[in-house]
Design a protein around this ligand. Sequence first.
Ligand code: AMP
Length: 368
Amino acid sequence: MKNKIIKPKTLKPGDTIGILGGGQLGRMLGMAAAKLGLRTIVLEPNVDCPAAQACNRHIIAEYDEPTALGELVNACAAVTYEFENIPASAVQYLEEHVALLPNSVALEKSQDRLTEKNFLNDIGIDTAPYYEVNSLEELQSVVMSPDFQQNLAGILKTRRLGYDGKGQARVHGTDSPKQLLEAWESTGKVTCVLEGFVNFIREISVIAARDINGNVECYDPAENIHRDGILHTSTVPAKVSNAVVENAKSIAAKILSELDYVGVMGVEFFVTGEGSLIVNEFAPRVHNSGHWTEAACTVNQFEQHIRAISGMKLGDPSRHSDCVMVNLIGSDVDKLDSLLAEPNVQIHLYGKSIAKKGRKMGHFTRIS
Ligand code: AMP
């Protein structure tokens, strides 16, 4: 049985929020908190991290370092996080000593693709068909099963620690034992799920927020394009019917309510040719596909998250402009001068010194 967890409360200006994780999402949360008169402390082992430049204090330590966690709970009225792979011991300590928002249930479900899909199906939300795979032998037998042979293609994904398409391998019903061995080895031979391949026509995501009283607000869905497994653009409005927009928002709201969630969540969907929605995954945090809200909404996803976890009223998620958000990956950031010259473009750089290949350096949003 779980020990008693600390309930959320309403924060006042001058109170401090702790943020686990020092990447760009932590940085933008720090900026949003400052706008609302709140202070922030980021816990992050990397010295030169994007969030440290925008938060009041940086505790340089591993996420599960007991002294650092003790310092954080003593100084903070609430603690949140910008990534989901927080060590279990840290989660348990935090929720017993401070209001940890979003709660640990949402974290546990989203940390493991199998648990996440079981939860979604249990509450009546569709996912891709999936199979648990714990060994090469299990992979071989799932691929030979009549169900999989009907679909004939799938994606083997590690249950934990995958992101931006990492830890994934394509699998076909016709694969030879050698090809299956290669797929299994490429995931690192860890526990996996094999997902049936979904023939979607587009990918959309909804950024949803829930406050401490259970009120939910959803931004309009964004249509997302990925390149090399990394989000490239988010366009709003998505090219889907109003019925799909409303359905996506109501599915997102259901996930938040079932989890008794407080904060912002990103829910990713596949849209099929028939207009049905399949949830790919959810992230219990602000989300890259919600960065467009900075430029096209009065209250962006970062402020919305800070409002939610601070016990404040949620902002109006409606959009004043159509827009496209483009990630600046690696050397894309060299386009800065031409972007600066464009009207209707809002630029956001993350303060990272080295533009490595595949690294998210910033983004811009072009509004119309
Ligand atoms: P994920 O890491 O699960 O978000 O997957 C990364 C990307 O791979 C998604 O955004 C999709 O473009 C694609 N993908 C993931 N799962 C499936 C699936 N079951 N069927 C088809 N495409 C998928």
